[in-house]
Design a protein around this ligand. Structure first.
Ligand code: CTP
Length: 402
């Protein structure tokens, strides 16, 4: 429930504005107090009378109310709010927000708001895909605005693509989740997480590595930051970046560098999640010069074992610390995962089966089984990695509740 929450609902001039009525009703039904702020263009799509009747408050659009001359204080509204939601957010409003163009009541209120801000973009697919929109959204993300991604589907232009505003229920649920997470037992705790592959150098141009994209680890890091954790992400070489501004990324290359960064951060961490696909072996000797082809003999690369980071932290773990590992298996998945959980002194292991379609390296989805030391387990089903990240953190939260 959103009982007693103060929400500013910003409405801009897009066809999807008709859906804002349902969103307003959902907020009110959930017990929230809603102040609608609409742009002049928004009023072309939906009437303030409908919105004020449903919210029980006069709708604000201009700096002054025309008939009384009363000044609408964007500062007061901004301070009153527990959250601000702009749905739909047009390309134009997104651009104004990104650049601080405060030429209407809505953007002015955005600049005064101290509360978290959510936007649900809605526009035609080409506008959505335009580099300008991409750049403006990236800027807003960096400024801490939370983007509720538009969906793929038929648009007002009858073209099909990404740009349809998220459904009102999804926007409502995002807010609900946000307020629930603020009460998360993980809030204020420190997380150390590893992600991505490690690269073990053979010579200046070659390495031993693996296909890990880092997507799962970065999704967990972002979700943990959203729940208020202080996140240190020790990452091997990957192409992804965190979405949340608060994630502290330490870039490493080899398993030994990853271990050194983890040993430094672990003593002050409350939770450590070992999501990296650490190379098990490294070349025993690294050539400082490129190994040339003209030699008669085919080079033989002697390998040495890399340190096991999870097991090292497992050995150093003190009471109260939670250590979570991953297991990537192709056979005897469950028994192998349980054996790893015990051997590495973990509190939880997340089993990834290479046999499950839609799970594993490179893809945006995953399907995991979370196993606890007492053998109890839960399975996520095939879901976007973001949602799997939330399920993994829910399990860690439960360990604090119980
Ligand atoms: N791990 C680690 N350091 C290593 C190897 C693995 O910290 N040198 C961690 C991984 O991040 C993961 C867990 O240990 O959380 C299990 O990794 P996995 O590759 O499945 O297992 P291994 O221990 O490497 O065993 P095997 O390759 O035999 O399956």
């Amino acid at each position: 429930m959103l009982k007693g929450k103060h929400i500013i609902l910003g409405i801009t001039g897009g066809i999807a504005a008709y859906k804002s009525v349902s969103l307003l009703r959902l907020f009110v039904k959930s017990g929230a107090e809603v102040q609608v702020v609409i742009t002049p263009a928004g009023k072309e799509f939906i009437t303030p009378v409908t919105l004020s009747a449903l919210s029980g408050k006069p709708v604000i659009s201009e700096f002054f109310t025309a008939n009384t001359g009363q000044w609408n204080s964007h500062v007061d509204i901004g301070l009153w709010a527990d959250a601000m939601v702009i749905a739909p957010a047009t390309a134009s409003t997104i651009a104004k927000m990104a650049h601080g163009v405060a030429d209407n009541m809505l953007v002015t209120t955005y600049l005064s708001a101290k509360a978290p801000v959510f936007i649900a973009p809605a526009m035609d697919l080409d506008m959505m895909a335009h580099p300008t929109t991409t750049r403006n959204l990236r800027q807003l993300r960096a400024d801490g605005v939370r983007i509720i991604e538009p969906e793929e589907g038929e648009l007002a232009s009858h073209l099909v693509g990404k740009g349809r505003m998220a459904e009102p229920q999804e926007i409502h649920d995002t807010l609900l989740e946000f307020f629930n997470r603020r009460k998360s037992p993980l809030k204020g705790r420190k997380l150390l997480i590893t992600a991505g592959p490690t690269y073990e150098k053979i010579d200046p141009v070659r390495f031993i590595g693996n296909y890990s994209s880092g997507k799962m680890g970065y999704a967990i890091a972002d979700e943990a930051a959203r729940r208020g954790m202080e996140v240190t992400l020790v990452s091997g070489p990957v192409a992804v970046s965190p979405e949340e501004a608060g994630v502290n990324v330490i870039k490493v290359e080899s398993a030994r560098e990853m271990l050194a960064a983890c040993e430094k951060a672990f003593p002050t961490s409350d939770v450590a999640i070992m999501c990296a696909a650490v190379a098990d072996y490294a070349p025993a000797h690294r050539s400082d010069r490129k190994i040339k082809r003209e030699h008669d003999e085919v080079p033989v690369i002697e390998l040495v074992k890399n340190p096991d980071i999870a097991a090292t932290l497992g050995g150093a773990k003190h009471p109260g610390q939670r250590l979570v590992g991953f297991a990537l298996e192709t056979d005897n998945e469950r028994s192998n995962a349980i054996e790893k959980l015990k051997r590495k002194n973990l509190d939880m292991i997340v089993l990834n089966s290479m046999n499950t379609p839609g799970a594993g390296f490179g893809v945006d989805t995953n399907d995991v089984t979370i196993i606890l030391p007492d053998g109890t387990s839960t399975t996520s089903g095939c879901l976007p990695k973001k949602e799997v990240a939330a399920i993994i953190l829910d399990s860690i939260e439960s360990s604090y509740a119980g």
